[in-house]
Write a protein that binds this ligand. Structure first.
Ligand SMILES: Cc1cc2nc3c(=O)[nH]c(=O)nc-3n(C[C@H](O)[C@H](O)[C@H](O)COP(=O)(O)OP(=O)(O)OC[C@H]3O[C@@H](n4cnc5c(N)ncnc54)[C@H](O)[C@@H]3O)c2cc1C
Length: 476
């Protein structure tokens, strides 16, 4: 193997000698991929097609020993390093230009203990894989809504989904982790051990080390739940969004209902004349007993004059995959999101005014329903701060042509700027794009200073900086 020129932590250049690279490769059980390998282009790909970066080396980790070797190699050579779990972060932090990508995707075992109702999960596991294993025992824990997403990045940023109003964020169900810190040590963190670190990783993202194992608490769910979509014409949007606001803020915890403005797909369950028009949808999941759920969701089914009502009992695993086709990897994506309280009428009118027409067929405006158990945890109990927000308001443009980047990014920014006066200052860290330090601080709110102290302790050199970065004191 020849010497390679790689990017350093501070964006300089360093030469990696052939012997050092060879030694590193020998320390790994998984393959070390270079730009010459056939698998290189597949391995560097992530979900957001707008991010096209070329690491110098990719370590496909087979286990914790590989992670330790990779962290040590990166630190000793002052290399820029990116951590890839499921590769779904829209900001694209899972891949770096010129440095080392630590790819955890081969680490994908899930071990469920049905009696203790816990699961041990490796960091390359996707939500689909996790649900597959846990639902075999009628168990689940709150995760996200698109099944190809990685559980690692999602959990470390908080993680919310259909079950969160009943059982909290993903991190509220985290019992412990194994984590490799910047000094190459493997630590166990839980409420009883390295408690400060355990506090920080529950929301603090990948700032403190590489998690090699998660232990989650599970709950009885399904295997069938009441769920599905209700599709309405856009003309009724203002009334529907007002109804959704009032209904969901009073709803029981078992019900999670999103409202979204989308372009109707050419789906067989929609009349042909609706295809390609803007529609409003309610997407819901009631995770308690189905008969009780039928009553709870009735008002959502009887309001207005829906084009389609697809709410029915279905496997929880199917609910978790309900949106997969809308978010396939490869397209270009830019996200603007903000946490909001129930929107006043004026803000709803503004959203409706701006939403139609949507700039591309795959663009979505989504109001995600939070509250319930999420809000019953104190804002300083974990690094995740914004517990009290009622909704997350998201503008998700999606397109394929690179020449349209500027137009769609500007559209999303202008949309969110218009909504901003009605929003809280908070944002869910999982949904941030690359938006700068002030937005990272906004995501962590009053917990930010404590996170900086933790970063000073566990990663003073900021080795783990390809993330929504909590900068250690004194770093530029
Ligand atoms: C289509 C789609 C739907 C989504 N839906 C939801 C949702 O419903 N709810 C929700 O909360 N979020 C949702 N998200 C956001 C998602 O949680 C974040 O993008 C998350 O970062 C994805 O995790 P990943 O492992 O796939 O990402 P990656 O891009 O692989 O990782 C993201 C970052 O997490 C860190 N990281 C990953 N693994 C580790 C590890 N083992 N140790 C240390 N750091 C690590 C790294 O800093 C990395 O850059 C969604 C994202 C997409 C693209």
């Amino acid at each position: 193997m020849a010497s390679l020129q790689a990017t350093t932590l501070t964006n300089g250049q360093t030469v990696l000698g052939s012997e050092a690279i060879q030694l590193f490769a020998e320390r790994l059980r998984g393959p070390l991929i270079t730009r010459d390998d056939d698998t290189y282009d597949t391995a560097r790909q992530i979900w957001n097609g707008m991010v096209d970066k070329r690491p110098m080396l990719i370590a496909r980790c087979a286990g914790t020993a590989d992670v330790i070797a990779s962290v040590n190699f990166a630190r000793d050579h002052d290399l820029l390093v990116a951590i890839k779990g499921g590769g779904h972060n829209a900001a694209g932090h899972a891949v770096c230009a010129g440095g080392l990508m630590i790819d955890l995707s081969p680490m994908n075992s899930v071990r469920v203990d049905p009696d203790a109702r816990t699961a041990r999960v490796e960091p390359g596991v996707t939500l689909r894989e996790f649900d597959h294993e846990t639902q075999a025992f009628g168990l689940a824990t709150p995760t996200g809504q698109v099944s190809m997403t990685g559980i690692a990045g999602l959990a470390l940023g908080g993680g919310w989904g259909w079950l969160s109003r009943s059982h909290g964020l993903t991190i509220d169900n985290l019992r412990s982790v194994d984590i490799v810190t910047a000094d190459g040590k493997l630590l166990h963190a839980s409420e009883d051990e390295n408690e400060d670190l355990f506090w920080g990783i529950r929301g603090g993202g990948g700032n403190f080390g590489v998690v090699t194992s998660f232990e989650f608490q599970l709950h009885e769910v399904g295997p069938e739940v009441l769920a599905g979509l209700i599709v309405h014409p856009f003309e009724a949007a203002a009334d529907l969004l007002r109804f959704h606001r009032d209904f969901t803020t009073e709803a029981p915890d078992e019900l999670c209902c999103y409202a979204a403005i989308i372009e109707a797909p050419p789906a067989p369950f929609l009349p042909k004349e609706v295809h390609g028009t803007t529609v409003v949808i309610f997407a819901l999941c009631y995770s308690g007993p189905i008969r009780k759920g039928q009553k709870v969701v009735e008002p959502l089914r009887t309001i207005g004059d829906p084009i389609a009502d697809l709410v029915e009992p279905m496997p929880f695993t199917a609910v978790q995959q309900m949106f997969d086709a809308d978010y396939k990897p490869g397209a270009r994506n830019y996200w603007k999101t903000q946490l909001v309280e129930p929107l006043p009428d004026e803000a709803i009118d503004l959203v409706v005014d701006r939403a139609d027409p949507l700039p591309t067929p795959e663009t979505k405006i989504v109001l995600e329903h939070l509250g319930g158990a999420i809000a019953r945890v104190a804002p300083d109990a974990t690094a995740y701060h914004h517990r009290n927000a009622a909704f997350s308001f998201n503008v998700f443009p999606r397109w394929t042509d690179a020449e349209e980047d500027e137009a769609h990014i500007s559209w999303a920014r202008a949309f969110m700027a218009a909504v901003a006066p009605f929003a809280t200052n908070g944002v869910g860290v999982n949904f941030l794009s690359q938006e700068g330090d002030e937005r990272v601080k906004a995501a962590y709110g009053d917990n930010y200073d404590r996170l900086v102290n933790l970063k000073n302790k566990y990663d003073p050199g900021n080795l783990f900086r390809m993330n929504q970065n909590i900068r250690p004191t004194g770093s530029a």
